[in-house]
Design a binder for this molecule. Structure first.
Ligand code: ATP
Length: 347
């Protein structure tokens, strides 16, 4: 594995910022640590960069031990490129000189050639003679990326790289940056609290809570097969519906018997909470199941309707936007589940 973290722990006094963190990243993959404020994602990234020591566990890159208890290879020796939230470009250097800055031990023409190649990859060749304040925030972040990639690091770390940018630009830039990282076959680890960014950028996403990595998986799996209730709640939208397991492929709920593969750990009579995503609740005018709309949000291509159940619980349903209903209307829906995502009933 290109990057491997085994049982990494980092404490600050009584605060356990990172606890028992295991993850691996193959060469050329983009990983992302995602989670709410204070969950430990920045600390985990700083441990990989060598800015923080680890109190337990090990970090390896390309099989080389970088950190373990009492061992912290200096950041400069790790062959790691960093991209920060605030770009951290040198204001008195041109774009070209910023990118060439980290290329030690090469002749000036070789450094310049490499920096020009990198600027071409990030699409900023025409800005090479400008200073950072003469280009936009999105462009500055691409310069920072070019600078991080120029020395061909083993690993690129990106710490909330788009959080200073407006939301439209963020969406566009995250896809662009992914394209650039893939083009040069870089292995990267990103930290963000924005799941759209994580999904747009990463091959593997880890959801953290209270210093622990709850799941390290492809985005699709996090959404469709969340390993814990926290991940199910944190990723995407949805509602939990109480149910009782009837068999390996049926659950009894307020909405009737729902068919779908029940996770293996549950048996008949188990009380569960079933996760229903908005895309599991399909609009169907011919369905006998009619539910009242209590909230609606227009999203362009579709509406997100909040539907009330007789018990007072609510469901979310994603409906194509030509079915424009008013609050209080009752619409027909059909529940369609491939496999059931369930958790032991809480409370
Ligand atoms: P955010 O998204 O707000 O940056 P985060 O998920 O990156 O949060 P960390 O910054 O890693 O979280 O912090 C994890 C925990 O460790 C928090 O409780 C934080 O207060 C604590 N912590 C982080 N750095 C230090 C430090 N240098 N000294 C003391 N406590 C720290």
């Amino acid at each position: 594995m290109w990057l491997e973290m085994r049982g990494v722990e980092r404490r600050f006094g009584k605060t356990v910022a990172v606890s028992g963190l295991d993850l691996t990243l193959p060469q050329g993959a983009i990983g992302c640590l995602l989670g709410p404020s204070g969950c430990g994602k920045t600390t985990a990234l700083r441990c990989v960069a060598g800015f923080e020591p680890v109190d337990a566990g090990e970090i390896f890159a390309r099989g080389r031990l970088l950190s373990s208890r009492g061992v912290t290879a200096p950041p400069a020796s790790r062959n790691i490129g960093m991209v920060f939230q605030d770009y951290a470009l040198f204001p008195h250097l041109t774009v070209l000189d910023n990118v060439a800055f980290g290329l030690h031990g090469q002749s000036r023409p070789a450094r310049e050639r490499r920096a020009l190649d990198m600027l071409e990859i990030v699409g900023l060749l025409e800005c090479r003679e400008r200073y950072p304040h003469e280009i936009s925030g999105g462009q500055q972040q691409r310069v920072a990326l070019a600078r991080a990639l120029a020395p061909q690091p083993d690993l690129v770390l990106l710490d909330e790289p788009f959080s200073n940018l407006d939301i439209d630009l963020r969406g566009r830039l995250s896809l662009e940056v992914r394209g650039i990282l893939k083009q040069v076959n870089a292995t990267a680890l990103l930290v963000t609290h924005d799941q759209n960014e994580a999904f747009a950028m990463a091959d593997l996403v880890g959801v953290m809570q209270d210093g622990r990595l709850e799941q390290w998986d492809a985005s699709y799996e996090l959404y469709h097969r969340p390993a814990t209730r926290f991940v199910a709640d944190f990723i995407g939208q949805g509602a939990f519906l109480p149910g009782e397991v009837l068999s390996a492929d049926a659950v009894s709920t307020e909405l009737g018997v729902l068919a779908g593969d029940v996770p293996l750990q549950y048996r008949a009579c188990d009380q569960i909470d079933l996760l229903l995503r908005p895309d599991d609740v399909l609009y169907d005018e011919s369905s006998p199941l009619m539910l009242e709309i209590v909230q609606k949000a227009f999203r362009g291509a579709d509406f997100l309707y909040t539907l009330a159940l007789p018990s007072g619980a609510t469901l979310l349903s994603l409906v194509p936007s030509h079915f424009n209903h008013g609050l209080g209307d009752r619409i027909g829906v059909r529940i369609e589940l491939d496999h059931i995502v369930a958790f032991t009933r809480s409370g």
